[in-house]
Design a protein around this ligand. Structure first.
Ligand code: PLP
Length: 404
């Protein structure tokens, strides 16, 4: 008789977005005539841009020709894409990497879930609260985080770094020393960022304590403030303490196309072990490379025209963010985020809980958002709206909220 992996029982119920989808489905079944607008899940709505489509078509044609056909991709990515990343994402900021420090993947979700495999079973992790659930659930599935305390709604044996109004949603250096620290800026779900000087403090702390920072920069394309770093490697000493993850999902609209990468600098060592070699070994064992066609599309993102188009997409969504922010503020809501990030983090009115506000918005305005409490206990009393809708839907949702 087989035994199942008991760690699954330690996960809290459903993944947050499955619960939301279930509630929306139930509402639609009861109200088939209602048009529900989703500003909930962080999925994009705008199509891939012409330069990307052209690169995809070209690569598809290559696959149909014996001379240019490609089979398995290299585990770490094709040289053409790794080179483009090194030259276009990092070199202009004076950051140098070899191509073999870049690991191309199918996105930042899998990388941020898989990266914990590099660390020992007793590794102590620190996460922000609220947090992108993948960091903590993946550690739990690996048997690492203690147990889920359903009353406190917290994992035991995990260091929580509360991000609240009092600290402007910026985590404070923890009292207890973690081995691995997960940071995400611009942040999902709060939409907050920290100045480069504050990120430097984290880097200094990690280097002093011998901790590793897992830096999720999936939303870096949304940064407009001058004093916010696009990469953790803009901070001095980050190469000896940080792994960075990036995604093509939110800047170029690859949520359905799937592409991302992780940077593991060669300076990251434990004794004589280089983490870069461990990650290469891990990927070689469990990953057979991102598809050639998609990597060519990724390369096109870095072309001059590709960059213009991608900037257009980001501006499109940030216009939505501005509309939502301003409308909610004019209605008297307390609103955060939406400046360097496509997420608006609002305080629920009338002391409603996050899920009560979810119900009020769904039933009263037929608009779907994400309850803040789903991201951690400090998210209770908050609610996340995304700017990833179409302009039309965003405006319509705002009108409905105004009427509500
Ligand atoms: N990291 C964060 C913080 C996210 O919010 C998301 C998606 O919502 C991801 C990673 C996933 O990115 P990808 O589509 O590249 O898997």
């Amino acid at each position: 008789m087989f035994l199942f992996n008991r760690n699954f029982q330690r996960l809290p119920g459903n993944y947050l977005f499955s619960t939301i989808a279930g509630k929306v489905k139930e509402f639609k079944e009861k109200n088939p005539d209602k048009n529900v607008i989703s500003l909930g899940i962080g999925d994009v709505t705008q199509p891939l841009t012409p330069t990307i489509i052209e690169a995809l078509h070209k690569a598809v044609d290559e696959m149909g020709n014996a001379e240019t056909f490609r089979g398995y991709a290299p585990d770490g990515g094709y040289d053409f894409l790794r080179k483009a990343i090194v030259e276009k994402d990092y070199a202009p900021k004076g950051i140098t990497f070899d191509e073999d420090e870049i690991f191309v993947s199918d996105g930042a979700k899998s990388d941020s879930a898989n990266i914990q495999e590099l660390f020992g079973s007793n590794t102590k992790i620190a996460v922000t609260d609220p947090v992108y659930p993948v960091y903590i659930d993946s550690n739990a599935l690996a048997g690492r985080a203690g147990v889920f305390d359903a009353i406190e709604e917290k994992w035991t044996d995990v260091i929580y770094m509360p991000c609240t109004e009092d600290n402007c949603f910026a985590p404070q250096l923890p009292g207890e020393t973690p081995d691995v620290i997960y940071l995400c800026f611009p942040n999902n779900p709060t939409g907050s960022t920290i100045p480069k000087s504050e990120l430097q403090e984290w880097v200094d702390y990690a280097n002093t304590m011998g901790s590793i920072i897992i830096y999720d920069a999936a939303y870096e394309a949304y940064i407009s403030s001058e004093n916010v770093a696009h990469s953790i490697y803009e901070c001095e000493g980050a190469k000896t303490c940080a792994i960075e993850m990036r995604s093509f999902s939110k800047n170029a609209g690859f949520t359905g196309t799937r592409l991302g990468f992780t940077v593991v600098p060669k300076e990251l060592e434990f004794g004589h072990m280089k983490l870069k070699d461990l990650w290469a070994r891990r990927q070689g064992t469990k990953f057979n490379g991102a598809p050639y066609i998609i990597q060519r599309a990724g390369e096109a993102v870095y072309s001059e025209q590709g960059q213009k188009e991608v900037k257009g997409l980001v501006s499109y969504y940030m216009e939505n963010a501005k509309l939502i922010r301003e409308a909610l503020e004019s209605l008297g809501y307390t609103v955060y985020g939406g400046v360097d990030a496509p997420y608006i983090w609002l305080k629920t009115p009338d002391e409603l809980s996050s899920w009560e506000f979810f119900d009020r918005l769904l039933e009263g305005a037929n608009v779907v958002g994400t309850p803040g409490s789903g991201f951690g206990p400090s998210g209770e009393g908050y609610f996340r709206l995304t700017a990833f809708g179409t302009h039309e839907n965003t405006k319509e949702a705002i009108e409905r909220i105004k009427k509500l």
